[in-house]
Write a protein that binds this ligand. Sequence first.
Ligand SMILES: Cc1cc2nc3c(=O)[nH]c(=O)nc-3n(C[C@H](O)[C@H](O)[C@H](O)COP(=O)(O)OP(=O)(O)OC[C@H]3O[C@@H](n4cnc5c(N)ncnc54)[C@H](O)[C@@H]3O)c2cc1C
Length: 289
Amino acid sequence: MHVTRLYESKKPVISMEFFPPRNDAAARVFSSTVDDLAKLKPDYMSITFGAGGSTRDGSYQTVKKVMIENKQPTVAYIAGYGLGPEEITDVLDKYQSLGVDTIFVIRGDKPKDGTFTPHPRSFAYASEMIAFIKKRYDFTLGCAGYPEGHVEAKSLESDIQNLKCKIDNGAEYVVAQYFYDNAFFFDYVQKCRNAGITVPIIPGIMPVYSVKMTRMLSQVCGSTITADLQNRIDSLDADDPDAVLQMGIDFATAQCQALLKEGVPGLHFYTMDRSHSTTQILKNLNLCG
Ligand SMILES: Cc1cc2nc3c(=O)[nH]c(=O)nc-3n(C[C@H](O)[C@H](O)[C@H](O)COP(=O)(O)OP(=O)(O)OC[C@H]3O[C@@H](n4cnc5c(N)ncnc54)[C@H](O)[C@@H]3O)c2cc1C
């Protein structure tokens, strides 16, 4: 399943992102989450990869499970931080043997565990990895984009130039970091088009799962908690997890409706390995299968 073919269709492509479960208990929950979400017939599922190779085997096993056991069209990620060229080809050879067609290429970040030593020939940027992979494999490649600018970027403009480099080196679609104001996304797409980037750019949707998680992730990912969202959070009892979850579903539903109205090529859900919010949002949007 080459993802770019899906984005050629007129219908919005629904994708769902998961991370590999960390232990046996999480693996059992993961299985039922994927079973639940598969019933909604998403166009594809995607599996993240821990920087520094921390989830190398777990990511492979998870891709295998979702693709072979659950029969879901699957995209495998590779985060190159700290990995040498041979370690990257080792991972990719395994995905190729499994029958994976699309690889989402990201640089990744330094693992928090300070003891990790990067390979001396690891790549500095995702664009370099993309060029390296494109020369050696027939995979369709995707890459990440940041509507509010990547946290390390000098400016949004320089970040878009660096995105252009990823496209010029072989990436064929972009999945965007999540945002809580669609204006960030629409402005970003326009700036990318002005910079000569013509590939599909897919909005990432991160429903509010809990106030604590939203605050933590927004710091790490550089996604602004807008005044509108903050007001909604403030109007709730933060100790009532159901109320917070429902607000997140309602907020994301409205966000997706406005995105779809503008003709976005798809919606990419950061599921955080949970099924309830994504299911409810897709039901609200009448986009189940
Ligand atoms: C959809 C999505 C999925 C993700 N999945 C994962 C995952 O599975 N595993 C994981 O570990 N992380 C994941 N991440 C997080 C990602 O690894 C981090 O955001 C990381 O900090 C940047 O990765 P990148 O591929 O965008 O890096 P890059 O494209 O390399 O950019 C990193 C920074 O370097 C700058 N830059 C790029 N090229 C140059 C250059 N030539 N000179 C100077 N500066 C440059 C960019 O502007 C940016 O600020 C994901 C992010 C997104 C949006």
